[in-house]
Design a protein around this ligand. Sequence first.
Ligand SMILES: Cc1ncc(COP(=O)(O)O)c(C=O)c1O
Length: 647
Amino acid sequence: MSHTNTTHFGDDNMAAKSPALAHADAQYGVSRWGDGLITILDNGHIGLLHPNRPDDVPTDLMSVIENLDARGIAAPILLRVSDFISWRIEQINEAFRDAISELDYRGTYQGVFPVKVNQQAQVIERIVAEGRQYDFGLEVGSKAELLIALSHDTGSKAALICNGVKDEEFICLALMSQRLGFNTFIVLESPRELDLVLRVSREMDIRPQLGIRIKLTHEVSGNWSASSGDRSTFGMTIAQVMDVIDQLRTEEFLDCLVLQHSHLGSQVPNIIEIRMAAQEACRFFVELRKEGAPLSFLDLGGGLGIDYTGEHRATENSTNYTLSEYSVNIVETVKYAMDKADMAHPIIITESGRACVAQSSMLLFNILEATHFDSAQPVEAEDGDHTVLQSMLAIEAYLTAERVHECWNDLVFYRNEMRALLKSGQASLRETAKAERVHLYLMNRIKALLAENDSMNEEMAEAMKQAADIYHGNFSLFQSLPDVWAIDQIHPIAPLHRLDEKPTRHAVLSDITCDSDGKIDNFVLGKGLSKTLPVHELKEDEDYYLGVFFVGAYQETLGDLHNLFGDTNVVTIELRTDGSFELMHEQEGDTISEVLSYVEYDPRQMVDAFKKTVENAVKTGRIPATERRQMISAFKDSINGYTYFEQ
Ligand SMILES: Cc1ncc(COP(=O)(O)O)c(C=O)c1O
């Protein structure tokens, strides 16, 4: 097992850092977004910290990679740290317990994990195991997810919340589970569902535990604002809620309505919005109780955000609140509303998904190659150089840190001028080629000056993005980081090693798919957001590894097979006190044969077809018969191999 005997630092012991490491920490913002889980070790590698065991030796991510590599588990790897899942479950539950006790709240908290956020068996198993002590349950949105929930023992008190569009089979399964002792709630998402639920309940002779999903009028900000407000897809309007209440009363099922559900969207950035939504939900709750519904569970859905950027601001990828503020705000709001109405305090449920699992997984991958848009090769002035070329060459004389912006403007102007002269026949191809070389060389010098000085205005930053290197990574954005593509989600990214060395290049990342959208050009650094990532020059004889952090929520199941890059290798580890790790589970990534069968190919038929092609080639003398076996084996090896780039 890997073992790293190095010291580490977090925000609290900055003094322990060497200047180079302190610079790397400040540059990449690791202490800021790392949330006490990710740190820079004194060997310049990224390390993992155990959140509950501060005296542990941190686990060196490069040793994890080496160790897995020795076992034949190659990058790209999705690394899941199960300790981080347990820690979050504990934190969320303890935060609510603290808030309840501090505020003298007379109900309890019983959270649930929404299975859709990460359905992987290892994740659910860990959540269930850790959550049992807290009566922490599961939320499901489909029959398949319900079957997952029913295959776990969450304990008889933990809630099993059934959301989503339900057919008869879904409802039957849910009712059956109630008979088996699960604490199942069928949440009515729309008035349409009511007739079916009542009919099936009567047929099965079960009094269901019903919930009603209300549509909050309050619209939140952030990436998921469409989940709230009048035009949100799910939940019932005020008028529909009243119709459902009336029907339940008429059909003598109102006593079954025990839960009220609402969900205001994921990653809610602003605590004020969470409080306002809770306030509105409480108003519904009080009114529905007055209508005679014996509501005892108030389910406020998901939305608890992750501070991906570490900025602690109400922006799309950050939050302006802590977990403790979140729980206190909710408990306080509910208590105030219930006390005002002189009503009993309900059991509070939240459906935090992202907040439970986002931090537990990271994508580790190697860089395959780099494309540069500059050159270190100086260009000599010659007699007879075109006058524009002479002006361009003269820039080097006044290229200083203070005048870098001016030099860049001049360089761009002269380069464009030269291209225009070529088009109009006033400059030759050879002269223009020389101008292009001067441009590449001076860009190299400009970039070096900017690397020394982190302060770039927006125009310069955009220009540098245009001139940045492209580092080609061994991963598929569409498979492993779909939200980066779909909604510009920002995940912290950093090199996993060489952090004791100053990065000398700025790059955007491109993935292995043949799609120009398969790129990352938005990064979180210590100073804020940046269009480029500081990176190190690639070495001939050493792989360069990067990590994308906090990818445990939504990314795994939303990913798709663009260019037929399949699931990556997934490894679940548990941290040991000495900095080594226990390999808990390995899930091999998709083979090419597997991804081909997802798109309706039969790999056996493909091998047969290839054999025929080879046979024909032998027959027509295109290849010697001795090569036949070798070619067929190569095809078979490939079809059974990893979809990603292999060394
Ligand atoms: C009904 C419901 N509950 C819970 C969640 C989880 O939200 P989050 O991951 O923000 O906690 C979602 C996701 O949007 C949802 O639709």
